[in-house]
Design a binder for this molecule. Sequence first.
Ligand code: NAD
Ligand code: UDP
Length: 331
Amino acid sequence: MGTGTVDSRAAGSGGAPREIRRAVVTGGAGFVGSHLCDRLRDSGASVVCVDNFLTGSAENVAHLASDPGFELLEHDVTEPFDVEGPVDAVFHLASPASPHDYARHPLATLKAGAHGTLHALELAGRKNACFLLASTSEVYGDPLVHPQVESYWGNVNPIGPRSQYDEAKRFAEALTATHRAHLGFDTTIVRLFNTYGPRMRPRDGRAVPTFVTQALAGREITVAGDGRQTRSLCYVDDTVAGILAAARSGHPGPVNIGNPAELSILELADRVRELCGSSAPTVFVPRPGDDPDLRRPDITRAVSELGWAPVVDLDKGLTATIDWFAARQES
Ligand code: NAD
Ligand code: UDP
């Protein structure tokens, strides 16, 4: 491995190290994407971030604006695009991700999964680069197998209120797998589970930013249904480490990337309230349609084949997240 590059080695295959000297990150001005841009830059790889700011913001990468190893290209990936110069890896993250966002942008979400994935794959093909798809635990739908293993095909309502996201990602996986099987592309699919941390939008509707901003402001904490539905929350640094481990590995996936520590939404609300030192009351609000009852990743594959596991526990991750939101509220 040369200095100033991400070390890339095909896990378990004895394959040659893959150097990522220059990467394209679609959706790089979003929550997860901006942290991925940071980690790639930390490794010395140069980064081209492609984003149309639908649900992200240039503010998330403003600290990289004067970095000569970072370029920001404002573009909608549902339209074809190209990038000048060599590219070693294309990380495709561009898509609304919060249920609130994909309900507001249903067609844009379907197009990001379909046309956006195709255009990102085509770029990887032209550049002879590896391609990573950021898929999601939503491909398992409201799962009937728990915890979720990669071999589970899922329980998805194809015309329900979450279908624009779930089916777009399932199609994106099919497109990626087909390019690998039939066109010889070098691809990886990671299925990300609920990820949280700094740079989430306070009003993106997801549980963590909503509860944190409510608790900090002393407003009612809005728990959907009876709050007994579960999620397993992964701190963003761990998720990004998993994405990079997958890209380095050459593993085709799919690989679950998430933290198996499962808790109910009511427990999450209580934890956030306590860590915020807040006395905000809980209010129970109607549960959205097709909201999954249970979610927990089986990460056996990621541990054994990528050598990756999350290391940040919930209290530590929530504290870092709360500190970030609190600092912004004060400024
Ligand atoms: P986000 O909304 O913060 O980031 C998505 C980014 O993609 C935004 O910057 C947005 O402007 C950009 N984008 C959307 N459509 C685009 C288009 N057509 N062209 C260019 N840019 C476009 O969401 P996130 O939480 O950072 O999620 C990033 C990726 O990770 C998504 O693909 C999402 O499906 C996946 N994922 C995230 C989670 C999670 O818990 N955060 C879980 C599973 C999967
Ligand atoms: N949720 C909630 N109150 C909120 C926002 C979300 O109780 O203000 C619930 C939501 O109904 C779901 C869980 O928290 O059961 C996680 O929701 P989120 O939108 O964070 O992620 P996803 O549903 O995509 O896992």
